[in-house]
Design a protein around this ligand. Structure first.
Ligand code: NAI
Ligand code: NA
Length: 396
């Protein structure tokens, strides 16, 4: 069928298989253009189909010739209905990996469940024996707890006070005031249950006790800090509590991994347009101002540039891994640059519907958003019939 973007709120209901393939191939080309990284050879990526997780899988495979196992939760295609973009991304990734002679297999299911953890362990045992890197890159609004069965829903709310500030509807470019009422205690506990470190710890416990972590294995999860303007809804809001929990979990996991000489890290990444971040109020306005400034300075990066730099300039150098005073890897350094942040803060104050197209990179935001779903790529014929029913061979 001919596939066009169909927007509803913060999501796009359709995705384009050829466009998703193009997105993946572009990322592969980028990684190859940067040369080899002396990285891990057997890599498990949890949350491997989009955003930072997909970039981690691509960087491992095409930067270090790694065998990869990807875990994700994506919708397969159905007659007349496209798959979710992460499904088509993973199909394209696996095809390219196989063409390059690289092992790649994927598991599509709920990573929070005991069952998917057990399936992953079985697959590692059968095909790879052990893994030496585990990337934890889940972003989800819900988690069913594997022990209690409780369905936790995360919320994006401030803590304590009502928050009011500017936001933009990136589809229309309309800048308006948004007011978000504070959360209750249950909201905090639920958000920590979904996006905190408990599931990461459960994964690492399961992998360690199954004996599928190689000597010196490393695990990395992703976090975010960001600017003052987003603090009430992000870092000091409910999601920030979850990130605090994730970050402290790294130390616990490192203790557990001591017996195999392993280590856990959190990497603080840059704000980027992904399915997860588009749904957070205020963030799209911040991102559109940030993009404009960073593009002008020549320091703008997307997921693949971020992760390629994380692997080559932080994780796999000859020296030790540099961390901040809280033990975190910082690859958000160019975003948090003082001059950049000062400029964002100034532009923020004066941002309106009228001037945003010139002071911010609204078009960049929109095109990145379309790209997430495989739309807007050069070299893809969107007027042509596309086969939405393509399937990932051997998907578990
Ligand atoms: P994303 O939405 O692009 O990717 C999420 C991944 O998790 C996908 O592969 C999806 O299939 C998978 N997933 C979700 N629920 C699942 C489940 N129940 N079982 C199995 N897989 C599941 O998100 P993004 O933005 O790449 O986020 C990844 C991490 O990076 C998150 O921890 C996020 O907080 C962090 N981060 C994001 C930033 C941003 O600006 N987007 C900035 C810094 C950190
Ligand atoms: Na991801």
């Amino acid at each position: 069928m001919i596939i066009e973007p169909r927007m509803r709120g913060f999501i796009c209901l359709t995705s384009h298989p050829k466009g998703c393939e193009k997105n993946v191939l572009n990322q592969i080309d980028y990684v190859k253009s940067k040369g080899k990284i002396a990285g891990a050879k057997k890599v498990l990526v949890i949350g491997a189909s989009t955003g930072f997780g997909l970039a981690s899988r691509i960087t491992s495979a095409f930067g270090s010739d790694a065998a990869t196992i990807g875990v994700f939760f994506e919708k397969a295609p159905a007659e007349g209905k496209t798959a979710s973009p992460g499904y088509y991304n993973s199909l394209a990734f696996e095809a390219a990996a196989k063409d390059a002679g690289l092992y790649a297999k994927s598991i599509n299911g709920d990573a929070f469940s005991n069952e998917v953890k057990a399936q992953t362990i079985d697959l590692i045992k059968a095909d790879l024996g052990q893994v030496d890197l585990v990337i934890y890159s889940l972003a989800s609004p819900v988690r069913q707890h594997p022990v209690t069965g409780v369905l936790h829903r995360s919320v994006l709310k401030p803590i304590g006070d009502t928050f009011s500030d500017k936001t933009v509807d990136f589809h229309t470019g309309n800048v308006s005031e948004v007011t978000i009422t504070p959360c209750n205690d249950e909201d905090i506990a639920n958000t920590v249950a979904v996006m905190g470190g408990e599931d990461w710890q459960m994964w690492m416990d399961a992998l360690l006790s199954a004996g599928v972590l190689a000597e010196g294995a490393m695990t990395v999860a992703y976090s975010y800090i960001g600017p003052k303007v987003t603090e009430p809804v992000y870092r000091k809001g409910t999601i920030g509590m979850a990130k605090d929990h994730l970050e402290s979990t790294a130390f616990k996991i490192t203790e557990d991994l001591a017996k195999i000489g392993g280590k856990a890290f959190v990497s603080v990444n840059k704000a980027l347009v992904t399915q997860a971040s588009s749904a957070i109020p205020v963030i799209p306005l911040y991102i559109s101002l940030l993009y404009k400034i960073m593009k002008a300075k020549g320091t703008h990066e997307g997921c693949i540039e971020q992760i390629q730099r994380l692997f080559s300039a932080r994780l796999y150098t000859n020296g030790s891994i540099p961390v901040d005073e809280k033990g975190r890897i910082r690859i958000d350094d160019w975003e948090m640059d003082e001059a950049v942040q000062k400029e964002v803060a100034e532009l923020w104050k004066g941002a309106t519907t009228e001037n945003l197209p010139s002071i911010g990179d609204l078009n960049g935001y929109k095109s990145d958003f379309l790209n997430l779903f495989g739309f807007g790529f050069d070299g893809v014929d969107y007027a042509a019939e596309a086969n939405e029913m393509v399937e990932i061979p051997g998907l578990i």
